[in-house]
Design a protein around this ligand. Structure first.
Ligand SMILES: [Zn+2]
Length: 265
């Protein structure tokens, strides 16, 4: 039982006992105290229940191939050892504060459509039109299933569950919730099981997978706090416009991590 719940139980017992004592000894005011007990006890419980709903953390795609620390094939700028240490210690702090931590993991088959190598005459960062207006950026080969590049690059043991995405060779999957073909990952189900109402999200890349995951989360009705210092992007321009878009759609943007504030945003 955590402290807010103990507080509520204590409050209920206090008012219950007090109203009983007053009712027994002092006829004149017994009803007033009785009603105070009846009203304030459940109010304390309600406050406790609301306070017990903690945010859930979603760490997006912090994987070797996206980091310079591991000489990744699609390393984002500034994703060095010190970034990874900061992400690990922030994630550890959330776990120590009692939050559930999920991680998403890009997990592609070698024949994935997003790899430039799988398209004749195309090179990384070229685009192809898949259908009317649907433009796909082509990437260097990255996060191939069961390779070192696909491994999570944060301290092991602090993640409750890993949600894999991008396994279908025909569709890319920037969002942690679903691929571009509309097939859902297990993230929503895991969040529902965890009782999540609000999410703290950070990771790689700000302008692609973090953005898509945050926008889907907002669309699904979650409150979202994005911690930008714990994110790295493919390019500065698109990262800045992604942050603006996430804020406009309702995400709470926290630049550097303030643990207390993040727990109550
Ligand atoms: Zn990918």
């Amino acid at each position: 039982m955590d402290s807010p719940l103990l507080f509520a139980v204590g409050l209920s017992l206090f008012f219950g006992t007090l109203s009983a004592a007053i009712a027994a000894n002092k006829n004149r005011s017994k009803y007033g105290w009785f009603f105070a007990g009846v009203l304030l006890g459940p109010f304390g419980l309600l406050v406790a229940v609301l306070r017990r709903i903690k945010p859930v953390v979603v760490v997006v795609d912090v994987q070797a191939d996206f980091t310079s620390a591991h000489n990744g094939t699609l390393a984002t700028s500034g994703s060095d050892e010190s970034y990874l240490k900061t992400v690990s210690s922030a994630t550890r702090a959330f776990k120590d504060a009692g939050l559930t931590v999920f991680a998403t993991q890009d997990w592609h088959p070698a024949n994935h459509m997003s790899f430039a190598d799988n398209h004749p005459d195309k090179k990384p960062f070229d685009t192809i039109e898949i259908s009317d207006g649907w433009i796909q950026t082509l990437w260097p080969v990255h996060c191939v299933q069961d390779t070192d590049g696909a491994a999570l690059a944060i301290e092991p043991g602090i993640i409750s569950d890993v949600i894999r995405k991008g396994q279908d060779p025909q569709f890319d999957s920037y969002s942690g919730f679903r691929d571009d073909g509309g097939v859902k990952t297990l993230l929503r189900e895991k969040l529902t099981e965890a009782g999540a109402k609000s999410l703290i999200i950070y990771g790689i890349a700000t302008d692609y997978c973090v953005k898509a995951t945050v926008l889907d989360a907002l669309q699904l009705g979650y409150k979202v706090c994005l911690v930008t210092d714990l994110c790295r992007g493919v390019s500065e321009d698109t990262s800045l416009s992604a942050i603006t878009e996430m804020a406009e759609k309702g995400a709470f943007i926290m630049q550097s991590l303030d643990l207390k504030k993040a727990l109550r945003f």
